[in-house]
Structures are given as C-alpha cells and as structure tokens.
Design a protein around this ligand. Structure first.
Ligand SMILES: [Zn+2]
Length: 98
C-alpha cells in the first residue's frame, strides 16, 4: 500500500501533512499545487487506490481454481485491508466474471 498521500484532486505528490488532526483523529493534508485540503478518509482516497495487476491476476486465479465467489474474494481482500468493489476497482469484476 502506498505510504504517500498524493493529492486526491490533482494527484500531485507535493502534499503537506497538517499538524492538527480531524475531530475523529484522521491525518490531514494540504496540496501545495492546487491548495486542496483533505484528510486520509476523504472520499477520493479509496477510489484512487491502485490495484497492482498481480493482485488482479491472483483474484482471477482464486476464482477459477478454487471456485470462490466474488463475495468470498471480497471478504478475503477486506481482511487484508483492500476494499473490493465496483467503485474501488472498476474493471476488476469484468476480469473475474466468467
Ligand atoms: Zn492537488
């Protein structure tokens, strides 16, 4: 998982972590390029999460070899901290539906 918090708006890596946290304890960031301020739970974060192609390959393998349902796979990924949904990974379900 990426340790850097690239800007959710423009993707810039020129991001400054703000010293204060949100009321719920999330880290806050500000983009020096576009000025966007956000926290680590901002909506864009999960949606911008990049799934390496080998993860997708693994999903396809498990699905074909072990006949796991998409629900099984979603659970397995959730346990590893990966959100597994159409929203998070557009195109992934197309790859595994067969
Ligand atoms: Zn930005």
């Amino acid at each position: 998982m990426a340790s850097e918090m690239d800007c959710v708006a423009c993707g810039s890596a020129a991001v400054t972590e703000r010293p204060e946290q949100t009321a719920r304890g999330y880290r806050r960031f500000r983009c020096r390029d576009c000025g966007k301020q956000y926290n680590e739970r901002s909506g864009g974060l999960l949606n911008h999460m990049q799934y390496p192609s080998d993860v997708i390959a693994l999903v396809v393998l498990w699905r074909l070899r072990y006949r796991l349902t998409l629900r099984d796979l979603a659970e397995m990924f959730l346990q590893r901290g990966l959100v597994f949904s159409h929203e998070a990974v557009p195109g992934l379900f197309n790859a595994v539906e067969c």
